[in-house]
Design a protein around this ligand. Sequence first.
Ligand code: HEC
Ligand code: HEC
Length: 301
Amino acid sequence: MSQRSEPILPLPPAAALDASRVALGASLFQSPLLSGDGRVSCGSCHLERHGWADGAAHTRAPGRPPTELNVPALTNLQFYHYFSWAGAYDDLSAHADALIANQDLMGTSWEAAAERLAAAPGWRERFTRAFPDGLTPGNVRAALVEYERSLTSLDSPFDRWLQGDTTAISPEAEQGYRLFESRGCISCHQGALLGGNLFQRLGVMHEPRAEAGAGSTGKPSAALGRFLVTGLEEDRYVLRVPTLRNIALTAPYLHDGSAATLAQAVDIMAEYQLGKLLGPDEKQSIVQFLLSLSGPRAEAR
Ligand code: HEC
Ligand code: HEC
């Protein structure tokens, strides 16, 4: 088997991580002690069975307003260049600082979280085993981030096909990949993540979808995207092009969750981003291709 020469590359091998910190981070991710009022954990909104997204367009966690934006997936974060729909962060630790302080999410500080953990049974011992200096605010963040980095999903059927296994995806999915290339989806959804490295407006070939009134969340701010980060007019409605890996698991789609199915998301993309409609067979093949992009979770090493 020899690797194909394609514009999309298989995901690189995952970086080596510290197994005891990953395991500690996994427990922190599910612990309500990380929120100021003890009512939510990261896992309240990010569910493993949805690729660490959530099945709802807007999630209602206990004591929190419904999320303005659709909860995104968390697999392959270690390969991301930018975090959040608008790509407002380029570093997972800085992103975690913002999550902890955000009143609509965790509403606390690392210091206060470390104190709550120290007062609860078992945590001090686990931190002492994972870090030379034990349970500190910085180590709470470090363990959580180590766990986030561990959520990789390698070895999808499409990766195996790229590596030369001709039977790893169906002929229909292969046809879908060729359409994905020839129709121009690949000009935005590119690289090993099939996305994640560019910023684009939803409505390149159209007026912005948000202005057309479609997919509006009722709150105008949610769709403003990178404008909220940079303040530049040209960044109005501009979002990070999302990765399409594991997309089968993460319905509903788009930043506002306005596409219930993959077929709907593909239709919206063809209309707003390419200015062309796809025939039903073409759409079906592209969906089959997108379904080949899910891989099992790689074990943390
Ligand atoms: C109330 C629901 C909720 C909770 C609780 C929550 N998140 Fe999220 N998370 C979201 C939403 C919504 C977004 C998208 C926000 C945006 O793009 O501006 C998000 C985005 C993210 C992202 C960026 C993903 C990407 O595609 O760039 C990461 C990483 C993340 N969350 C990790 C966490 C961690 C770690 C915790 C716990 C400390 C947590 N989240 C708690 C709802 C939640
Ligand atoms: C001009 C750049 C561009 C092109 C071309 C493009 N996309 Fe997208 N795609 C985006 C952006 C930006 C988003 C995020 C939009 C949003 O969340 O509202 C997106 C979102 C998606 C999503 C939803 C992802 C999620 O996590 O919810 C899918 C699926 C998708 N695109 C598939 C395609 C397919 C298939 C094509 C070709 C028919 C295509 N895209 C062409 C930029 C593009």
